[in-house]
Design a protein around this ligand. Structure first.
Ligand SMILES: Cc1cc2nc3c(=O)[nH]c(=O)nc-3n(C[C@H](O)[C@H](O)[C@H](O)COP(=O)(O)OP(=O)(O)OC[C@H]3O[C@@H](n4cnc5c(N)ncnc54)[C@H](O)[C@@H]3O)c2cc1C
Ligand SMILES: Cc1cc2nc3c(=O)[nH]c(=O)nc-3n(C[C@H](O)[C@H](O)[C@H](O)COP(=O)(O)O)c2cc1C
Ligand code: SF4
Length: 641
């Protein structure tokens, strides 16, 4: 398999063609040093078999951004410890050198004085204008700091420095963002001057270190990513970089649009392997290895890209958060057991945007590497699980890996629970990857499945369990609105399941995630849809990377969005609603209820009376929530048995 073959990059050899691309994690200490959480995360990735890991956004200065930093000698030791750990798995360590697009020193001074308002105002101003306003002296000072940082990295045993060709460097290169009239603006030569100075600085300070260059491409739609180069100029720069001694080029989508979905596209918002077309053109122009990144999911995708001359190395970002053992599984011929990313952006991208740390909704260990580990049980127990949604299946998987006997009851004839309908709305079919992984693990791990069997306390007791895990999920609420029991009033879950079939004028009551997604589906099916929401926002819980796409669909299909509007009555031909002081009437053929979900109950009294240990997990535990909650609770409870 080409993906598993070694490749020479400059003076180093990567043991295979799979790299972890730069990713801000939020795991570092407050001063940007590599602490335990960060160390464990990268070590775990290396243990999983990846050949090259790039630490994203490593700053050579003390910035306010929550990224790793290497701006003083005291930080060298932690980088050295990390490099050693990675080397013990024959994995190379790269740092992505970056400088943010703001005046770090001036901002630090404001923060020191506690003048937060002025600092925030300056930060906002700088993000729009810094590229045009940064002085040549400031750029020279940044180069000096980059040089010192690279020296420290080399001392620490870091193998590769990746130039962050996006951010400050990319913005300077950009024909869209750069309006300067000095030697750093205007012509291609001027715009790329700083990029080449960065490369020169690296070479001057660490002549032996391998240099990777993240080359961000502005793809056809100029609104998607502005901080890079259009493909023709990117090809020219790639050739110049090769001549300048760069050892490898990492091709990605350009950034700087204010929406992280551009560089980190959520499910269904970009084709798979969407940078292939551009990467191939770069590869054809140079002789050094080229990597590609962006929605590369399956090993077949990666293999085909290498085979077809698109690139030499693939970057798996979110995929390795979901399954750090991706490469090990490939090596063992167990590709079918890879837990594939759903590209939901909820645990990773949203977390970073909200200044939390990176986590994956499908991988409860992500962010807790070596702290959460599935341990073998000291005594083999009998565990009965009720419910085959994500919570129940994750609990079954972990309990089996611990060595317990597991019986799982699922009242439907298929596994997956709500994920089966969650994957129906537009773009969301990619959620089925979550179901496929867990379902397959049930078979691989010989979980005793009782499909089509609704469990009762009696049938549970017949199994003589030591532990019982209840994971019966939730149900869609019928609100106490006058008229909600009529035949034209439908249940959003059944609509998504295609059990109930609305048409014509449809009012969706509830503009949360389920209501909004159901409305999108119905609009695409040709219904004329109105969403009525009591609160002030539609799809509030949706990832900010997805909302713009969702609202584009609403616009395209003329979906009417009514917020701060409360439905008071449902009639056969219309609904009545209150919007501020006004009563409004909306005609409809069908009404779809999507006002939220409630935890399913399960009577455990007979089990407790028998002294059986019982736990509730997932949506039936306290409140209906999400996949992250379901997986995390399934993992933690099962691992505690
Ligand atoms: C339309 C929709 C879209 C969603 N989109 C997202 C999203 O994008 N991201 C996100 O994080 N979350 C999403 N969710 C929520 C997410 O799917 C749930 O939070 C998650 O599935 C809960 O998992 P669970 O295992 O606790 O429950 P469930 O998935 O509800 O599974 C419970 C299972 O128990 C079975 N069961 C019930 N009673 C019994 C019994 N007595 N015996 C045997 N079996 C029984 C049920 O048949 C079901 O299969 C969405 C939900 C819906 C409805
Ligand atoms: C949470 C998160 C943080 C990221 N941080 C960086 C970063 O610091 N530098 C960078 O160049 N790219 C960053 N990226 C982009 C990734 O390197 C990668 O290009 C992107 O995730 C697409 O690859 P994927 O589809 O395999 O996830 C980040 C991506 C994610 C999900
Ligand atoms: S949270 Fe979603 S997008 Fe992020 S790594 Fe996990 S499955 Fe993938």
């Amino acid at each position: 398999m080409l993906l598993l073959e070694p490749i020479k990059v400059g003076k180093i050899t990567l043991k295979n063609r799979i790299m972890f691309p730069p990713m801000t994690t939020g795991y570092e200490e407050r001063d940007g040093s590599i602490g335990q959480q960060s160390f464990n995360f990268y070590k775990r990735l290396a243990q999983g078999g990846v050949s090259y890991i790039v630490l994203g956004d490593v700053a050579p200065v003390n910035t306010v951004s929550p990224t790793p930093k290497l701006f003083h000698d005291g930080q060298i030791e932690a980088f050295a410890k990390l490099a050693n750990a990675l080397h013990s798995y024959d994995c190379k360590l790269g740092i992505q050198i970056f400088h943010p697009e703001y005046d770090v020193d001036a901002l630090a001074e404001m923060f020191k004085k506690g003048d937060m308002q002025a600092a925030r105002a300056k930060l906002h101003h700088d993000m729009l204008h810094y590229i045009d306003e940064v002085t040549e002296e400031q750029l020279s000072a940044i180069l000096e700091k980059i040089g010192a940082c690279v020296k420290r990295a080399y001392q620490a045993g870091v193998d590769v420095v990746e130039v962050h060709g996006d951010r400050l460097v990319g913005a300077l290169c950009s024909p869209i963002l750069n309006h300067r009239e000095d030697q750093y603006g205007g012509s291609f030569e001027n715009r790329t001057r700083f990029a080449l100075m960065v490369v020169k600085t690296i070479k001057a300070n660490a002549p032996d270190i391998c240099i990777d260059y993240k080359l961000p491409i502005i793809t056809e739609n100029p609104l998607r990513g502005k901080g890079g180069l259009k493909i023709d100029e990117a090809i020219s720069l790639a050739k110049i970089l090769e001549e300048a001694g760069v050892d490898m080029i990492h091709v990605g989508q350009a950034n700087h649009t204010g929406n992280m979905n551009d560089t980190i596209p959520a499910m269904g918002t970009q084709p798979y392997c969407f940078m292939s077309k551009y990467t191939k053109q770069i590869k054809e122009a140079v002789h050094i290895p080229v990597s590609s990144v962006g929605r590369i999911l399956t090993p077949e995708n990666g293999e085909a890209m290498i085979e077809n001359g698109v690139c030499d190395i693939i970057g798996l970002g979110r995929s390795l958060l979901t399954d750090p053992d991706y490469v090990r599984k490939l090596e063992k011929g167990e590709a079918h057991r890879i837990r594939h990313c759903m590209m939901c952006n909820k645990g990773c991208t949203d977390a970073i945007q909200n200044r939390k740390f990176l986590s994956c909704v499908l991988n409860a260990e992500n962010g807790y590497e070596y702290e959460r580990v599935i341990t073998s049980a000291t005594t083999k127990k009998k565990v009965v699980i009720v419910g085959g949604g994500p919570a129940g299946m994750e609990a079954a998987r972990v309990a089996r890996l611990k060595g317990h006997d597991v019986v799982l009851f699922e009242k439907e004839t298929t596994l997956g629970g709500q994920l089966n309908i969650a994957s129906v709305p537009p773009r969301k079919s990619e959620m089925t990857r979550g179901i496929h992984y867990l379902t397959n693990e049930m078979k691989e791990l010989n979980v005793d499945l009782r499909l089509g069997k609704e469990a009762s306390p009696n049938c549970i007791m017949e199994e003589n369990p030591d532990h019982v895990i209840i994971a019966v999920g939730a149900y869609n609420i019928v609100p106490p609105i006058d008229g909600s029991k009529q035949p034209h009033v439908l249940d959003a879950w059944k609509v998504l399941n295609h059990e109930q079939l609305p048409s014509g004028e449809v009012v969706v009551i509830g503009g949360g995630l389920v209501g909004a997604e159901t409305a999108e589906l119905l609009a695409e099916m040709g219904c004329h849809v109105t969403i009525v929401e009591m609160l002030d926002e539609i799809a509030k819980e949706e990832s900010s990377t997805v909302r713009p796409t969702m609202f584009e669909t609403f616009g395209k299909h003329h979906v009417t969005l009514l917020t701060q509007t409360k439905v008071t009555q449902i009639n056969p031909t219309h609904i009545k609603a209150q919007k501020a002081d006004e009563e409004i009437t909306i005609p409809c053929d069908y009404v779809v209820l999507a006002v939220g979900a409630k935890s399913q109950t399960f009577d455990i009294t007979p089990l407790i009376e028998k002294g059986i240990d019982v736990h509730f997990i997932g949506d039936c535990h306290e409140k209906a929530s999400d996949i992250n909650h379901a997986i995390e609770e399934g993992y933690l409870i099962a691992n505690s048995l």
